[in-house]
Ligand binder design. Structure first.
Ligand code: FAD
Ligand code: A2P
Length: 371
């Protein structure tokens, strides 16, 4: 009796996997159908487009195709981030540290290179990212200094094209307080380090300033001071012969750099930029705003926003092209000025910058990294 009941129960239990299997099959089938339905509907839908139209018919139209945040995320999924964190930084060796300034320049700006060969896992990065530097020593509370971020100024192949270094462009922070000169902790540490020194590095971080993959994109760059760092990497990727051989990225678009510096002697990487102008006159344009040597139309210091206004027409023609990306890097203080200039420039074209800018941002075409 007991044996036969047990047999019935065991027989019943034996059906459970079969029942689960049938349910699983039905569920998978319907899910697949639902996905197929969704995908086919998606491809039927017209692409999401946002159009800014002026009120009168004669005014221009700028079309901004928006990219969903999911698409952007997916696009940059293979970009490395946080390979090294503050608790376990990589100790890179300094291979070079030299001034980028000419005689008569204001302040101190250095180009600094670190060897990454020994990093395991390898600290790789792409153009437009930043790394963290943890300065040696302790703060006023006896705690280790916190890391500071610096935009990477080299391409992923490094300045020597061997693919195992990273370079920065660092201005020493200096300001007066109570009659005394205060030196920034990390920027002074970096400007003072010597080849052979070991430096704690974290990162890489950042996906805001990445270049588009399309070879025919147009790249407008607005930089003040060390804000040139990521732009230097972009321009090397576009125009430096050995770099081009390595990266197989045949840039065919237009690159336009607006560069703000206090004096001519403060212009950074000037020889390289002049060489690119000579070699690629159809692809590279370089507009300088030398604040303490040139004057704007009101007799004030010439800033990049003044240059933007002067070039409003040409610039907006480029922005109308959906292949154009705009990158801003450097002083945080330039943002309101750039916004004001873009507002005026847009008005001249019958456009509304406060509507257009968020659309460009959403489309992944307006990139800002200021500090
Ligand atoms: P700190 O010792 O940290 O001193 C800074 C502090 O000093 C400020 O927080 C403020 O409290 C005070 N201070 C500053 N100026 C004044 C003033 N005029 N009057 C009174 N107090 C003042 N820097 C570069 O040089 N190159 C780069 O490529 C670069 N890229 C960056 C990228 C990103 C994403 C970010 C966020 C920052 C970047 N910076 C870059 C800035 C860098 O991270 C540091 O902030 C900078 O070097 C100053 O650090 P410090 O340790 O020398 O100064
Ligand atoms: P200035 O310092 O003459 O006022 P650097 O980092 O080498 O000092 O260069 C920064 C450049 O940006 C300088 O020419 C500086 O001019 C300029 N600048 C300063 N404030 C602004 C601002 N609000 N908008 C645009 N450019 C600025």
């Amino acid at each position: 009796m007991f044996y036969s009941e047990a047999k019935v129960i065991a027989g019943g239990l034996a059906h459970i996997p079969i029942v689960i299997g049938v349910f699983y099959f039905i569920l998978t089938f319907f899910n697949k159908r639902a996905l197929e339905f969704d995908e086919s509907n998606k491809s039927k839908k017209p692409e999401a487009k946002k159009v800014i139209e002026s009120k009168t018919e004669s005014k221009p139209v700028v079309t901004v195709k928006s990219e969903s945040p999911k698409t952007v995320k997916k696009k940059h999924a293979d970009v490395p981030v946080n390979i090294y964190r503050p608790k376990t930084p990589f100790e890179g060796t300094v291979t070079g540290n030299y001034s980028l300034l000419k005689e008569g320049a204001i302040g101190r700006v250095n180009h600094i290179t670190f060897d990454l060969k020994e990093s395991d896992p390898f600290l790789n990065y792409v153009e437009g990212q930043s790394i963290g530097i943890m300065p040696a020593g302790e703060d006023a509370n006896g705690k280790p200094h916190k890391l500071r971020l610096y935009s990477i100024a080299s391409t992923r192949h490094g300045d020597d094209f061997q693919g195992n270094t990273v370079s920065l462009c660092v201005r020493q922070l200096q300001y007066e307080k109570d009659g005394e000169t205060v030196n920034g902790v990390c920027s002074t540490y970096l400007c003072d380090i010597k080849p052979g020194d070991k430096v704690k590095i974290t990162g890489p971080v950042g996906k805001e300033m990445l270049l588009p993959e399309e070879e025919d994109s147009n790249i407008v760059m607005l930089a003040t001071g060390t804000g040139i760092a990521p732009m230097r990497a972009y321009l090397r990727r576009m125009f430096e012969a050995t770099e081009k051989e390595k990266n197989k990225w045949n840039f065919k678009g237009k690159a336009w750099l607006f560069m703000g510096a206090p004096k001519s002697a403060n212009l950074l990487y000037e020889e390289d930029l002049q060489r690119y102008l000579e070699n690629y006159p159809d692809n590279f344009k370089y507009t300088k705003a030398i604040s303490r040597e040139q004057q704007n139309s009101k007799g004030g210091r010439m800033y990049i926003q003044d240059r933007v206004l002067e070039s409003a027409n040409e610039l907006f023609k480029m922005i109308e092209d959906e292949k154009t990306h705009i990158y801003l890097c450097g002083l945080k203080g330039m943002e309101p000025g750039i916004d004001e200039a873009m507002t005026k420039a847009a008005e001249e074209k019958g456009l509304n910058w406060s509507e257009l800018r968020p659309q460009l941002k959403k489309a992944g075409r307006w990139h800002v990294e200021t500090y």
